[in-house]
Write a protein that binds this ligand. Structure first.
Ligand SMILES: Nc1ncnc2c1ncn2[C@@H]1O[C@H](COP(=O)(O)OP(=O)(O)OP(=O)(O)O)[C@@H](O)[C@H]1O
Ligand SMILES: [Mg+2]
Length: 309
């Protein structure tokens, strides 16, 4: 949508000729974008002629409830709509990602836990198809909580996930790892396996504090384990255009991270929780909703930045 179209849409909505359901459309956001940069459209990603090797992206924030899992599912679904093959790795013993894609945690035969702990387990036997075309899942359940302790005595304990993913990297274009809210050994494994990190961040002041520690951890991993690792971007989630608070958090974020802050911002909407209950990404549950469009835009922005093929 062009700026003119966005403004038109805004004006017509004010006159009541259009109902923008679920939208709190904001003129300033329509023109400038919430991150204070002029609103622009990212190019439609070109289809891929061949697949792999995958770019691995860890979705990390040690703070809970900031939108990691929601962003993992919906970014994956948007990338899949653009013809990218995506592997999702549930790296949280809570198994929210697996549940969000309809996997029953009690009926899982093999999970990422078995892949990590037993070299004889073939990762391909643990990977499942999902209901979404183009997305496969390496599921997790509560078993994974034991891995943190059990891995401590392993040789090269930080590289276990990296090693496991190597054998399937040619099957996918993107691997997204949904991390648990901690900076423990599992998250360090994810950072060691990754090319890039996306930091989802809820638009609240107290959430900003967590980021300093996270950046420190990322730098340590870059230094000691994985020099290729880079921060792909900081994703502002649960943004509420009506509150000054949300706007202030974003301007602080842009001050601290500059262009690393994705221009795409995810607004707060109850539709995300509804989609989770339906065990579907929002792109299929409510494909026309602004939340679905936001994740499509994020996928385009990521691709245009070189963060995904
Ligand atoms: N943009 C949004 N608007 C409103 N609610 C959202 C949004 N994104 C996520 N949520 C809701 O917020 C809650 C936390 O989101 P999510 O599970 O994605 O966070 P998380 O960072 O993965 O949490 P955890 O650290 O516990 O794994 C969920 O109930 C989810 O439905
Ligand atoms: Mg989560």
């Amino acid at each position: 949508m062009t700026v003119v179209e966005r403004v038109d849409r805004y004006v017509s909505s004010e006159r009541g000729t259009t109902t923008l359901e679920g939208t709190d459309f904001d003129l300033e956001d329509a023109v400038m974008g919430p991150t204070g940069r002029p609103h622009r459209d990212f190019p439609e990603p070109a289809p891929l002629a061949s697949h792999g090797p995958a770019r691995v992206i860890a979705m990390v924030n040690q703070k809970g409830g900031v939108g990691k899992t929601t962003s993992t599912i919906n970014l994956a679904a948007a990338l899949a709509e653009f013809g990218r093959r995506v592997l999702l790795v549930d790296f949280d013993p809570q198994g929210a990602l697996s549940a969000g894609l309809g996997a029953n945690p009690h009926e899982l035969d093999l999970t990422v836990y078995n892949v990590l702990m037993d070299r004889k387990v073939d990762i391909r036997d643990a990977i499942q198809k999902t209901g979404v075309e183009g997305i496969d899942l390496l599921p997790a359940n509560i078993d994974l909580s034991a891995a943190e302790v059990q891995l401590v005595n392993e040789v090269a304990r930080e590289q276990v996930l990296d090693r496991a993913l190597k054998s399937v990297e040619d099957d996918y274009d993107v691997v997204l790892i949904d991390c648990q809210p901690s900076l423990g050994l599992l998250t360090v494994n994810a950072l060691t396996a990754a090319h890039g990190v996306i930091i989802p961040l809820i638009c609240e002041f107290f959430a900003l504090r967590a980021v300093a520690l996270l950046v420190e951890t990322i730098e340590k991993v870059q230094d000691r384990l994985n020099p290729r690792l880079q921060v792909d971007g900081v994703l502002a989630t649960m943004y509420d255009a009506r509150t000054l608070h949300s706007r202030e958090v974003i301007s602080r974020l842009v001050e601290a991270f500059g262009d690393k802050v994705f221009e795409t911002v995810i607004k707060r909407s109850i539709k995300f929780a509804d989609a989770t209950v339906a065990a579907e990404p929002i792109t299929s549950y409510a494909g026309n909703h602004i939340g679905a469009d936001a994740y499509r835009r994020l996928a385009k922005e990521l691709i245009s930045r070189g963060g995904a093929p």
